[in-house]
Ligand binder design. Structure first.
Ligand SMILES: [Zn+2]
Length: 300
């Protein structure tokens, strides 16, 4: 028996709407769906409790970001019109806070919850990273790869590259510790020499030697792994100036998901010197008109 600990409510689907077990297959994929309506996790759960529904999903996510559990991860939900896919996939129905005229828009809260749920699923099933390559061979798959359906809807489909990236980012091990700041110290590693270290910190081997004569001794060509060297105060390169951005470019990048979701998105846009409310207003109008391509996005 297994549901994600992120599940807010478990509403078991009727036993006639899913298969017990996964025919020996392991969970290696995730398939996000859209429900084509602004349904709560309770309403989605009620649909799957109808014994004649002949459909279900492992999870559902409401526009409020809450997560419902309907079919235990040990079992195959009937969601994607493909037994092969669903035996290997956790399927997730996502509510839409906009209709067909918004390409079935999905709320930021729901997208964030989807990312968090997928990260948790991957961790528990030992999936190191996900691949969305637009084919059923990838590990993020879509309903419309297996049947003539609008699912997962234009908006959610357009966000799948971002969603996959975000999941993989959160699954990645933490980056190695940065080098000490200018004026700090550097611990010599195997294979280092003074020129190499000097290059790394934008200085010269002569300056480094001068600063560290007491540690290095009389021969600058001989240093040992583990020695701690002082770095000059002026080492390191100045920050490169940011290229100038236009409002249109910020709107385009926002729609492409480059700034992530709230609250990071607001902070990132304000850091660039733009009015978040205006950017969001432009994004909403473009979304309303279905302008999701870079070149079709414009200012209103
Ligand atoms: Zn679907």
């Amino acid at each position: 028996m297994a549901y994600s600990p992120l599940t807010d409510k478990i509403i078991p689907a009727h036993a006639s709407n899913y298969s017990v077990g996964r025919s020996g297959q392991k969970v290696i994929k995730i398939t996000p769906h859209h429900v084509a309506g602004n349904l709560s996790i309770e309403t989605i759960g009620a649909l799957f409790q109808n014994p004649t529904r002949a459909a279900s999903s492992n999870y559902g996510i409401g526009s409020d970001g809450r997560i419902g559990g309907y079919v235990d991860e040990d079992n195959r939900a009937w969601t994607s019109s493909s037994a092969t896919n669903d035996r290997q996939a956790i399927t997730i129905e996502v509510a839409n806070d906009g209709g067909a005229d918004t390409s079935w828009h999905v709320s930021d809260k729901a997208i964030d919850a989807l990312v968090s749920l997928c990260v948790d699923i991957c961790r528990r099933h030992n999936i190191k990273s996900l691949v969305y390559d637009g084919t059923p061979n990838g590990t993020v798959t879509r309903h419309n790869m297996f049947a003539a359906t609008a699912c997962p809807g234009g908006y959610l489909q357009s966000r799948l590259p971002y969603i996959t990236d975000e999941i993989n980012k959160q699954l990645a091990p933490p980056p190695p510790k940065p080098e000490p700041p200018a004026g700090g110290t550097y611990t010599v590693k195997k294979g280092d020499n003074l020129s190499k270290i000097a290059k790394k910190f934008d200085t010269t081997w002569q300056i480094l030697y001068e600063l560290n004569k007491d540690v290095i001794g009389s021969d600058p060509n001989i240093i040992y792994a583990g020695q701690v060297l002082r770095l000059p105060d002026n080492s390191g390169t100045p920050e490169k100036p940011q290229p100038e951005m236009t409002l249109l470019e910020v709107v385009r990048r926002t729609m492409r998901g480059e700034y992530g979701n709230l609250p990071e998105r607001k902070a990132a846009i304000e850091e660039l010197g733009f009015d978040y409310a205006e950017v969001q207003r432009q994004v909403n109008i473009n979304a309303k008109y279905g302008n999701w391509n870079w070149d079709s996005i414009k200012l209103y």
